[in-house]
Design a protein around this ligand. Sequence first.
Ligand code: BTN
Length: 258
Amino acid sequence: MHSKEEFQLGLTTEVFGRSLLVFETIDSTNTYAKTLAGKGAEEGTVVLADSQTSGRGRFGRTWFAEPEDSLLFTIIIRPTFSTDKIGLLPFFAAAGIALAVETATGLKCECKWPNDILVHEKKNCGILMESSFQNNRLEYAIIGIGLNVNQLNFSGNLQDRATSLRKECGIEFDRRKIFCQIMSSMESLYTDVSRGNFDTVLMEWKARAAIFGKQIRLAQTANVIEGIAVALADDGGLIVKTGSGRRVFHAGDVTMEQ
Ligand code: BTN
């Protein structure tokens, strides 16, 4: 296990990752970060773990990762922009991670709405954002990131759908270096984002968008919508051309028809 100091050795940031808690095992870095944020933890605080016993994914799913193969961490942010921009925050995380992974590995990342990162059409990173409001204002948001770094094998049906940086490049990566690169690219995007300016984030995300113009299936809790993914709405929703016209969706799991 790497210590907090080892993870911080290559940090070039001023705020992101400067307050860092590293655990060998934790239930979920998101759950811990939420408690910390509720107690007033400062912006940029990161909770990182080598393994999680109850890692959480979107839609209440479990996020499973073998110890020490992934980067599993959660960052706390406290942006002050108006609440109508909150739907854009996941794009900030996805763009920041994609930029960092590309710089660190030379791979090309694709962004899948709303916040998955794919490499060669397989999922390489998942993001779980949770927010807390007080008096209709955003009190804090926590962004949980699970990035597959050094896995060589994925179990069951993940085999065909997930990948790691090591699998794609054929070399083992130093998780500490990737972590520092992510902190750096997220912090540099956050200067604008914290003021409510998502222009750069959306430009970077759209440049890597994997779904526009494609036939997709959007699975929601109770139904499945089929159509062509057309564009991103101003609030981060997905505009889909369906049999009953253009509709905007704000949640769901997208699969692309081959
Ligand atoms: C997804 O479903 O794609 C999102 C997965 C997010 C997983 C990460 S791992 C670190 C952080 N802690 C959690 O419990 N979940 C997120």
